[in-house]
Design a binder for this molecule. Structure first.
Ligand code: PGA
Length: 265
């Protein structure tokens, strides 16, 4: 695993956006896996800037989001579809028909999960998956205890998640009780994964997922099984890592080696 530790959330956002931009320039019809939440917002802001100021072209890009509440109207301000439109898609030249978010109004959510998995396959699989991480180590809505081989499915939200999310809704009873989420097995099939984390509140989850055992009690620890994972985190989120200095050293050495190789070829 590659662990890149930078100063703050702005840097995390910039580097993540650069990685996405590199992929889009190399493969204009690439497939991105996207996440909601507060962590990826600086990355999305930078992508919008790259599009508006540097002409980064999203016209052939396809995206798949990790999850959505169920049931929820996609026009609801708290739906993840609404979040993605407002924070990213509305500002790009992306074809909305190629931006997939699980449908919070699907008449048969079980069928919809199968359909969602099929769409990922039909698109050729996800080239680059962006992830956040929960305080409890969750990725997407895969809470502790989720099978590490799980696929896209309907999950019942925990009381803790419902409480945490109720601040965004008018009344606590308005928080949907279910979600549709990609599974951990689905996420692990992405060709490359970049997990973003910022702030001291994530430090323990980051420590457990990188340096702890692989366990369903920390779903993000399953990423240890993936051959191409980058943790892009700020100093605060890295503060509990035992091997922090080593990761910094490895990153510096890798950058030096890349420069040397570039100078030779
Ligand atoms: P956050 O959420 O980016 O809002 O912290 C991350 C997550 O819960 O996956």
């Amino acid at each position: 695993m590659e662990v890149i530790i930078v100063e703050d959330e702005e840097q995390v956002g910039k580097l993540a956006a650069q990685e996405i931009a590199r992929l889009i320039r190399r493969k204009p019809n690439c497939v991105l896996g996207l996440a909601t939440g507060s962590t990826p917002i600086p990355c999305y802001k930078e992508l919008i800037r790259l599009h508006q100021k540097e002409g980064l072209d999203f016209s052939r890009v396809t995206t798949f989001n990790l999850d959505e509440y169920y049931p929820i109207d996609p026009r609801h301000e708290q739906s993840y579809r609404y979040f993605m439109n407002v924070n990213l898609f509305d500002h790009l030249n992306i074809d909305k028909a190629r931006t997939f978010v699980p449908d919070g109004m699907a008449p048969d959510p079980y069928d919809h999960c199968k359909w969602y998995e099929e769409q990922i396959k039909l698109a050729g699989g996800i080239d680059l998956q962006i992830l956040g991480i929960g305080h409890n180590g969750h990725i997407a809505f895969n809470e502790p205890g989720s099978s590490l081989a799980s696929r896209t499915r309907v999950k019942t939200l925990t009381e803790e998640t419902i409480r945490a999310n109720s601040r965004f809704f008018e009344r606590p009873e308005d928080v949907p009780r279910y979600a549709i989420t990609m599974g951990i097995g689905t996420i692990l099939e992405a060709r490359k994964i970049v997990l973003l984390a910022t702030g001291a509140g994530k430090a323990e989850a980051i420590r457990r997922s990188i340096e702890g055992p692989v366990t369903s009690m920390c779903p993000a620890s399953a990423l240890q099984l993936h051959p191409r994972v980058t943790y892009l985190i700020d100093e605060a989120a890295a503060s509990r890592l035992e091997q922090k200095e080593y990761y910094k050293y490895v990153y510096q050495m890798a950058e030096q080696l890349k420069k040397k190789i570039l100078a030779i070829v």
